[in-house]
Ligand binder design. Structure first.
Ligand code: 2BA
Length: 108
């Protein structure tokens, strides 16, 4: 069994949840905050048989879109090191995905 942990933008999370639950995947959504932009995002935890991981990745590819967001003042000032910096944007997403082996899965 594998654990798929996907960090996605809030705007995409509901569609991913809809698709995954409709085809029978069990999913947990956790509200989170990105360390760089300090914007809300969503962490989706999906425990699946190894053979189903590609199906999860297909859904994430289909539903998660890259966007550009302005960088907050704190991050700009950290990068500019005291010099005046024009507002900048960074690309965010589709999805950042980590996959690891699950040693044991128990539902009590
Ligand atoms: P944030 O940390 O808010 O980062 C948002 C976007 O800002 C990133 O998009 C990336 O394009 C940019 N960014 C982040 N750190 C940067 C840095 N030190 N210098 C320049 N640009 C930087 P994504 O790469 O698509 O990441 C989206 C969100 O996924 C991140 O939100 C973070 O919550 C999570 N994430 C990404 N990589 C991660 C990792 N290796 N470990 C844990 N969380 C990660």
């Amino acid at each position: 069994m594998k654990m798929v942990m996907a960090i996605v933008q809030n705007d995409d999370a509901e569609k991913v949840l809809d698709d995954l639950t409709a085809i029978g995947y069990r999913v947990t959504k956790i509200a989170a905050t990105g360390g760089f932009l300090r914007r809300g995002n969503s962490v989706l935890l999906v425990g699946v048989e190894a053979s189903l991981v590609d199906g999860v990745l297909d859904t994430l590819r289909r539903r998660c879109h890259a966007r550009r967001w302005p960088v907050g003042a704190a991050a700009v000032s950290a990068f500019s090191q005291g010099t005046t910096a024009a507002p900048i944007e960074v690309p965010v997403g589709g999805a950042t995905v980590f996959i690891w082996d699950v040693e044991r899965y128990v539902r009590l």
